[in-house]
Ligand binder design. Sequence first.
Ligand SMILES: [Zn+2]
Length: 176
Amino acid sequence: MAIVNLGKQIFCVQTKLENSTLSSQVKITIWQINCDYDLMADVHTKEIRSYNMSRIRSKNTKPEMLVRKFLFSKGFRYRLHDKKLPGKPDIVLPKYKTVIFIHGCYWHGHSGCKYFVVPKTRTEWWLEKICGNINKDISTQSILSSKGWKIITIWECELRSNLIHSTLSNCISQLS
Ligand SMILES: [Zn+2]
């Protein structure tokens, strides 16, 4: 994984060997992140950074609770944050061999999403974190699908009041 900064456009590049035992085809995935500002120096100390990091909740977030409550009300039963599965999926429905990830648009770098705005300070540091998360998500999902799991990803922006209904019904239709 590499971060390439070309002026006002930043590319997060991941190279991956596809089917590595059989072919040498290299898959290159590029996320383009548009930046309308200059990269600024990282002025935060390590302590402040880890404090900020600790403030970011990854479990039992509001979007996650919305999905959980909805599924439960429709009679679905699930496990939460199963440590035995790669990426500790937010919701695991063993009966449907399906996992659901509920991703924050910012933290997981929702490509093309208007809610994914890279901060103006500590930009490179944040980009590195976010690109790291994107790569982790990709490898987690490829392991899960290779083990036969169906993966549903719900983005936080898809749970806004005007979209939540269609998002959740779409989720259920994928379960049947
Ligand atoms: Zn989004």
